[in-house]
Design a protein around this ligand. Structure first.
Ligand SMILES: [Zn+2]
Length: 233
């Protein structure tokens, strides 16, 4: 894959993570080729990579679009996330150093500053990056890569299924703060309990049986309405 392909993959992934690109948005090869100043072949390679990561749907013979994960995929993604992050937590407690704890505290400081500045996009991004940082500190590059890939899908799922969707919402910083203290004390049972409740807050708010279609979502955003409740779909 060319570096140009990687660049496009990174750019589209960042737009999904920061929730600027919504599920169901069409990704036309021609338009993307023009915008990025590359050939359609390069765009196609980028879309295929994003498809493998579950961020783009590529229906045969039709225009690619930002993925709209099914209810079952949403449940699977959250199950996998809890399993991987539980492993990260155990590894950090077994092998983590005071230096690792200091890095997590420094990251939390940036999260708090972003909240104070009411920079919501940064709040959400740093909240997600806290989890990626933990995975990197746990020293397993492959696992960190998998978790980072999952985060894009998590962003799409939240937009599609979260009944109480709030553009301002991110990770609870109090949870992150408490979690760092538990890591420092090497309290595995409490740290795992907090991790599960932290990740389940999001999962519990998913209305996985009542997905809004992408079109509804665009209308809802465009018209600045609250999420539709109890709508037949
Ligand atoms: Zn978090």
């Amino acid at each position: 894959m060319s570096s140009k392909t990687d660049e496009i993959v990174a750019s589209i992934r960042a737009a999904i993570l920061s929730q600027r690109l919504l599920p169901g948005v069409e990704l036309r090869e021609m338009s993307l080729a023009r915008l990025y100043g590359v050939s359609r072949t390069v765009v196609r390679q980028a879309l295929q990579q994003l498809g493998k990561d579950g961020l783009v749907d590529l229906p045969p013979g039709r225009i690619a679009m930002v993925a709209q994960p099914s209810a079952q995929e949403a449940k699977d993604v959250f199950d996998l996330r809890i399993a991987l992050e539980s492993h990260v937590t155990r590894t950090l407690i077994d092998r983590g150093s005071p230096k690792d704890i200091a890095k997590l505290r420094a990251h939390l400081k940036r999260e708090k500053a972003a909240l104070k500045a009411q920079d919501w996009e940064l709040v959400r991004r740093l909240g997600a990056e806290f989890h990626a940082l933990m995975a990197r500190l746990a020293g397993n590059a492959l696992l960190a890569q998998h978790l980072e890939q999952l985060q894009g899908r998590v962003a799409l799922i939240l937009q599609l299924y979260n009944a109480a969707y709030d553009r301002h919402a991110g990770c609870l910083q109090e949870d992150h703060e408490h979690f760092i203290e538990l890591l420092a004390k090497r309290d595995t049972p409490q740290a795992l309990e907090l991790l599960c409740s932290h990740l389940s807050v999001v999962e519990d708010s998913l209305r996985v049986d009542d997905a809004q279609r992408g079109d509804d979502l665009h209308l809802q955003r465009a018209l600045a309405l609250s999420p539709l409740r109890g709508s037949a779909s």
